[in-house]
Every structure is written in C-alpha cells, then in structure tokens.
Design a protein around this ligand. Structure first.
Ligand SMILES: [Zn+2]
Length: 125
C-alpha cells in the first residue's frame, strides 16, 4: 500500500463519516422533519389522513353531508360545507399539533397530529 492509496482511503472514510453525521443530525436532532398529518374522522372512524406539508384540496362527502378540506402552506381549513351552522368553516385554519376543526352536524373532526408526538416546539411554524 503506497501513500496515494492511504490518502484515498482516508478521504473515503472522511466522506463516509461526514455523511453519517449529517444523516444522524437530520434523523435525530430535527424532530420537525417528521411530517405532521391531518386526520379526518367521521363518526369516530378514520376517513383519511393527509400530509400537512402537501397542498391538497379534498372533498369529504358522507351520508351526513359535504365538507371541503383545503390544505395549503402548512395549514388545514374547512373551506366549504353544507351543514346548517357553518361553524366548521368559521373555525378557520389549524396548523399545530392537537388543533381540531369540528363539524357537529356532519360528525366530522379534522385534527392535526404531528409525528414527534407533541410539544409546541416540534410543530411551531
Ligand atoms: Zn360544519
């Protein structure tokens, strides 16, 4: 083994070490890289779960009625509903772990669940 080989091996090891450290930091020290999820339940049953980080327009049609869920820029909101009170629409945007939008007439609950299990720090934007 000559000197060039040793330098090459040392360089490869150094790069591998750097990659391992970067990977460790990204997976362990940045809990908000865990994506928050918007869950929709109807009558206590899971209707769907959508990533809060991906913009989405989702119609929710059930026997109880129609709601439209809009996920945009990290916020979830019921933008349309044919329920008589319209409270779910007026509840506006939610983005933090544990926040919910409820539509009682439609038995609909939209909830934010963050992957790191809670805490304001993990979900504050
Ligand atoms: Zn409603």
């Amino acid at each position: 083994m000559n000197r060039k080989d040793r330098i090459l091996i040392a360089a490869v090891l150094a790069i591998a070490l750097i990659l391992a450290v970067v990977f460790y930091i990204r997976t362990r020290l940045l809990p908000h890289s865990d994506p928050a999820v918007v869950t929709v339940t109807i009558d206590g049953k899971l209707y769907g779960a959508y990533a809060l980080s991906e913009d989405r327009e989702q119609d929710i049609d059930t026997v109880y009625g129609h709601n439209h869920l809009s996920i945009r820029g990290g916020y979830a909101q019921v933008t349309e509903a044919d329920c008589p009170d319209g409270i779910c629409v007026h509840q506006g945007q939610i983005s933090r772990n544990g926040e919910i939008i409820v539509c009682l007439p439609h038995r609909l609950i939209v909830e934010i669940l963050s992957g790191d299990g809670g805490g304001v720090d993990g979900t504050a934007r």
